[in-house]
Design a protein around this ligand. Sequence first.
Ligand SMILES: [Zn+2]
Length: 460
Amino acid sequence: MSTISSTSSHKLNTILLRNLILPGGDIFFGQRMMEHLKFLEEAQWWNIDQINNYQNDMLSHLIRIAYDEVPFYRELLLKSKISPDEIRNTNDLQKLPIVTKEMLRKGYPKFVTRSTGHKTYEVSTSGSTGKNFFVKEDFYTAGLYRATFLLDLEWAGWSIGDPHLQTGMTINRSLDKRLKDWALRCYYHSAYRLDEKNLNEILTIIEKHKIKFVFGYPGSIYYLAKYASKVGWNQPLRSVVTWGDMLYPNVKKKIEDTFQTRVFDTYGCGEGVQIAAQCEQGNYHIHALDTIVEFVDDNGKNVSEGISGNILITRLHPGPMPLIRYSVGDVGKTSFEINCGCGRQLPMMESIYGRSGDVITTPSGNHLIVHFFTGILEHFPEIDSFQVVQKSDNTLLLKIQPYNEIDAFTINEIVRMLMEKGCDDMNIETEIVPSIPLSPMGKHRFIINETNIKHEKQPN
Ligand SMILES: [Zn+2]
């Protein structure tokens, strides 16, 4: 009896939230989050022609607005001798130049923003370079990408009203976020400190509120899983949703094993775009109703399926700061697959390699992504954690945090294997460290390319 009544009260709560409380919040904040979510819940099942038609209409509208209202894009089109009417579909988009962070930084705010009639605010995003980069947002546009994010959570089996725990890097939650936390039954916990006291607090919250869903950075949840298995905590979770960092195979496995759960990864960027997420089948679907994603080589040419390229995004909702062919600084691949077992025809991408900075480039031009290192280092059970730092063009420092001890013979063997598999033209230095510090954003960075940082640093 009690199960039935708690289920029906939960359902009632979901109905109230979906139809009354959240739409009320939308009116208050000038958003259309719930309306957009309901649209996406239906449109995610459209066939590819419907998706493309919708995308093309949105694109034409976006280009027209950017040309008419944003001096930066007007100039870009004029310089390229392209009329806004010529951009009608994704292929036409290739006629336009690529927009970099640096270009937007130079024109900010005057030349790259427009008035939307909504109240705007500024968001600063920190890329791998640590340079401040500002983006103008409004509540209306934020409501749209939040809706897409709610759809991602639904793909992971979550429904509005299900209590969940979120770890993140916000110390002071804004009023709208706090109200949303309250309405959506979100238990927010800062992940700045991941010491045992705080990890224990998080587990206590999960237990107390019978939480089945945990969301956050993979790195933070990985530490939570490590602590949980250390203290023998074994309450299963329904699912874990990750974002903000690469989901490395060892991290995913540790979380899934410890919490007897499935990890669903999502991919978005701090500039206010929810780009892709994993469906029930584990495939990354691109949110094509919100964003066009392109993959280009270093010369700006679109690459074919299965080849990795720099990710460009075009957000179909103009917002106060339109993003058209904007290079987000990540590398990824389109998928060969067209059909997904889930039935959605939203295009798929194969993988996201994380920030471009998280790649080691050898003197002969070999690109070593993190999987290169995990693929070798996972064979050494003596290693607890590691970090690879490219100190100069031909010097690489491997920091090893051992479980207990690691002997010189093993270290030599690791270096030999790394050289044999792909970096024989580099000097590999090793250092045994007691711990690998988290980045200022609280993420575990497996690869740091210091040569990138030096090249990109501006004197300011
Ligand atoms: Zn799917």
